[in-house]
Ligand binder design. Structure first.
Ligand SMILES: Cc1ncc(COP(=O)(O)O)c(C=O)c1O
Length: 391
């Protein structure tokens, strides 16, 4: 989804310290050259297929379909190398970093999936790598921390703020300002200043292209496409395959957390207001004094007060319906998919699945595609803890 000079309607832009503007200009030039260059695009596609494992299948989940009375299709991004959609973007941006002759990449991570995917791409392309991660997320996502270290990345726990994703992004932006000459900031979602939202959406568009081709092959369109929304990258990936099909309903599901009270959720588009955050104008969870609010979700990857500017635009235009499910509903959906289909999902896409299962009456007889953005290995500790607490 192309921006208009960095804006989607009124959202987006480059609200950053002046020192970063040359780096953003350089990145924009490299990105435009990349996408207009057949050789670069072919190389990217080759890494996606030979290294990351694309195309991923679309699986018709027969047992759930039978129980709930609609046709459920899962886009199996959980089968990708490193276990989530994030690898599409990290391979793309690592190729760009190499193109710009940067020797070092830095990244933020919440669930650790983007950190692992970045450390993986850095190992592949011989780049030094530092990952910033809120120290709360370090505790919650230890398997991914261990993987990043094995891959050769330095993991820096961030102790500021709520010790989650927003704080990791702020720490990464600070590092970038200081080391901009040799460092590329490999941002992990469709947020941040232009060109990040457009570029990250471009690298993830392959998910939507593959899903659309699958349905073309079957001679039908899905009635509804559902994705979870943290910063918004997996949702943009799959939505782009269907945005121009008005008959396909698009649903983005945010983290409703413990409740809809301030501080208890990360439902940015449902509960937020417009504001400037981490380099762009978008919706944002903020208080009456324009201070960024505390957020909570059982899933580290959705635990973010901001949102990519495309989603703010798509909300205002009404093309996408944004909604939320709570922690408990996501955990129930996690168990339902695990037990009925033998697929252990990450807690993030369990939110998309939860919304779908909870709307079985509305969806009766319909063809529903859910983007299964990642696998659940990283979440087993959280699942165990919740199962103990429930007993
Ligand atoms: C598996 C998975 N899905 C979804 C997300 C949310 O990010 P985004 O909204 O950018 O897709 C994450 C973030 O870490 C993730 O790991």
């Amino acid at each position: 989804m192309r921006s208009n000079n960095g804006f989607y309607g009124e959202y987006g832009g480059q609200f950053v310290p002046e020192i970063l503007i040359p780096a953003l200009d350089e990145l924009e030039r490299a990105y435009q050259e990349f996408r207009n260059n057949d050789e670069s695009v072919t190389e990217f596609d080759r890494y996606l297929s030979e290294y990351a494992g694309r195309p991923t299948p679309v699986y018709c989940a027969k047992n759930i379909s039978k129980k709930y009375g609609f046709h459920l299709y899962l886009k199996r991004e959980d089968l990708l190398h490193t276990g989530a959609h994030k690898i599409n973007n990290t391979i793309g941006q690592a190729l760009l970093a190499r193109f710009m002759k940067k020797s070092r990449v830095i990244a933020e991570t919440g669930a650790g999936q983007h950190g692992v995917a970045t450390a993986t791409a850095a190992a592949l392309f011989g780049l030094n790598c530092r990952i910033y991660m809120g120290s709360l997320d370090v505790e919650r996502q230890m398997p991914n921390v261990k993987k990043m270290k094995l891959l050769g990345a330095e993991v820096v726990p961030v102790e500021e703020g709520l010790r989650t994703l927003k704080d990791a992004i702020s720490a990464s932006l600070k590092d970038w300002v200081t080391n901009v000459t040799d460092t590329h900031y490999l941002l992990g979602t469709v947020a941040g200043p232009h060109p990040f939202p457009e570029m990250v959406a471009y690298f993830h568009a392959v998910t939507g292209r593959e899903a659309a081709a699958y349905f073309r092959g079957k001679g039908i369109l899905p009635d509804c496409v559902v994705a979870c929304v943290g910063g918004g990258s997996n949702a943009m990936g799959i939505f782009q395959g269907f945005l121009d099909q008005p008959d396909v309903a698009l649903v983005g599901v945010e983290a409703g957390g413990r409740s809809l009270n301030p501080g208890d959720n990360a439902a940015t588009l449902s509960r937020g207001t417009r504001g400037i955050f981490q380099g762009a104008l978008s919706y944002l969870l903020q208080d009456d004094h324009c201070q960024v609010q505390d957020v909570h979700s059982v899933s580290a990857g959705l635990d973010y007060a901001g949102i990519g500017p495309q989603h703010s635009f798509l909300k205002d235009t009404g093309r996408v319906r944004y909604t939320h499910v709570n922690d408990g509903q996501a955990l129930d959906a996690f168990h339902e998919l695990t037990r009925l289909e033998g697929i252990i999902p990450a807690l993030e896409p369990s939110h998309a699945l939860a919304w779908t299962l909870n709307h079985s009456d509305e969806l009766r007889g319909k063809h529903v595609l859910v983007n299964l953005s990642g696998r659940g290995d990283k979440d087993l500790g959280i699942i165990e803890r919740h199962t103990r607490e429930d007993r």
